[in-house]
Design a protein around this ligand. Sequence first.
Ligand code: HEM
Length: 413
Amino acid sequence: MDAIDTAQDPTLDDLLSDEAINRPFDYYRRLRDTHPVLWNARWNGWIVTGYDAVVAGYRDAERLSSDRFTGPFGAEMRASETKYTQLIGFLSRFFVWKDPPYHTRMRMLVNKAFTPKSVELLRPRVRALVRDLGEPLRGREDVDFMSEFAFTLPVVVIAEFLGIPPEARFEVRDWSNDLGGVVFTGGADDSRFVKGEAAMGKLVDFLRPIIRDRLRAPKDDLITRLCQAEENGVRLDEEDIIANTVLMVFAGHETTMNLLASGMIAFDRFPDQWQRLRQDPSLARTATEEMLRYDGPIKGLGRWAKVPFEFFGREIRQGDRMLLMQHAANHDPAAFENPDGFDIARWPNRHAGFGQGVHTCLGAPLARLEVQEALTWLAANFGRVEVLDKELRYARTVVARAVEGLHVRFHDT
Ligand code: HEM
């Protein structure tokens, strides 16, 4: 092992410490200042915090694998394979956890269904939805921002886009949350697998007849487009369409919700930027990018080395795990001027909030659309955002940046 590692300073070692969870800017700055690629014995892997290194890692699908069913991340999933057949069977089809060439084939087919044009067509509907959710916030002393706004917007949008019937959208979201228990937590707790298996079973029973119906009678929705997508005579089979639908509900909801929340927190901290947005609503686009950079909802994601190689002066061994901390990369002073500032007109803004390379977020155009429309309406209607919570609590996870509850007041002037 190379000489520089977190063991030099035990306070660097704990990725779930109060500092790491509540003050990630400070914690990851200390890591990056020690070395942009740092061995962490406690997590048993490399923690990558420098901008260039994180981007290089994301772009290196040749040597760094996303596969959760082989390699060092795979043991638990493989051990559960025979017991939780539906759960593991469908999770193993999530293309976010696949490498090329399988990933390339799937992504190509899904890209045909999930086009930027089909997303842009949603704009009037998203605008109307934002207004419907925003109006009741007017004049209120205390708004529970998560449950009254940030939670509902992405659930309704992705459900309508996919073509999930309105009466089922919140149930589908609950089942997808139970899957989150399997994906985002670790440890020996078997109950999360039991819950995940039950949730996957319900999702499959619910989605299969909808897919068969779309095959018989196509509609103008994403499930239909997934059924029709074709490349060189190859189509997605029914199991892949189910898995992809679940992945989209799952990937697109919490992230967008948490970004809306962290944006409100940033605007409370930097009220001049809210005024700026009010004066020039066309800044909603660059403001959305700056929200993703400043405090995006995914702090980092895992990879593992398929082969030994040298990476930013470190010797990576085959099978080593790596955490690509995009949140830290987005605050690297080598890549961003005044990185801890919040400048809604920042441009160019090459943040890594949606990842990079072959797995770059599929839903980025949809997330951007939702946040841009939300910012535009809120800034046009409210003079100031005030966060009411004395102290904000964040979920204790390495991957997500998720505030647990947010109370705000939207002032008229
Ligand atoms: C602010 C909101 C969002 C953020 C910050 C975000 C972030 C990300 C990131 C970082 C990745 C890369 C994963 C990796 O490299 O391992 C990703 C992939 C993905 N995202 Fe998003 N996402 C957001 C919203 C959405 C939405 C709305 C959808 C809805 C469809 C979505 C669907 C996906 C899918 C399917 C992938 C896998 C892509 C692939 O592996 O080729 N995301 N997202």
